[in-house]
Design a protein. Structure first.
Length: 169
């Protein structure tokens, strides 16, 4: 596990990342965590005293960012411009996905084909979103949305917008 100091930053205008609070992970530091990679990868550790799991996202030139969620910022009571102490290492635990989603993907070849092409971090996001549903009806609806959106090549945001538009129509 490596330890370093970082300054919380916030994207003003950066496409889908607009408004994100993050820390920069320079290539030299990222190489100490996982040598030679330029793709996103999972990490775990602590920001100040708050334990986290998440992913480093590539920003080009070997540099990465780590998005610091509101939950973490509230717990550590730090915001844009504040310095944090980061302890971080690669998270090598096996990734597991929602079993109901996987069962449905097995029956839908078009959706499964696209599923197999997206990064593990995206798969994890969909899976977690489905698993966090509080009712079976909500879980079923979310799985249906994913199965509908994947073959169309929609991002998570595009899928949600299409669902919202269906409700308004």
């Amino acid at each position: 596990m490596i330890e370093f100091k970082a300054i919380l930053q916030k994207f003003a205008s950066q496409g889908e990342k607009t408004g994100w609070t993050y820390i920069e992970i320079p290539s030299k530091t990222a190489n100490k965590i996982k040598a030679g990679t330029k793709k996103s990868f999972r990490v775990k550790g602590k920001i100040d005293s708050f334990a986290f799991k998440g992913s480093l996202l590539p920003m080009g030139g070997g540099d990465f960012i780590f998005a610091v969620k509101g939950e973490i910022r509230k717990k550590i009571k730090k915001f844009k411009g504040d310095t944090v102490i980061v302890k971080m290492e690669e998270d090598k635990a096996p990734v597991t996905f929602n079993k109901d989603l996987l069962a449905c993907l097995a029956d839908d070849k078009k959706a499964k084909t696209f599923w197999d092409k997206i990064p593990t971090s995206h798969k994890n996001y969909y899976s977690k979103w489905i698993s966090e549903a509080k009712t079976d009806a909500t879980k079923a609806k979310r799985i249906s949305m994913v199965l509908d959106g994947l073959p169309k090549g929609w991002t998570f945001g595009e899928m949600l917008r299409a669902e919202r538009e269906k409700k308004l129509a």
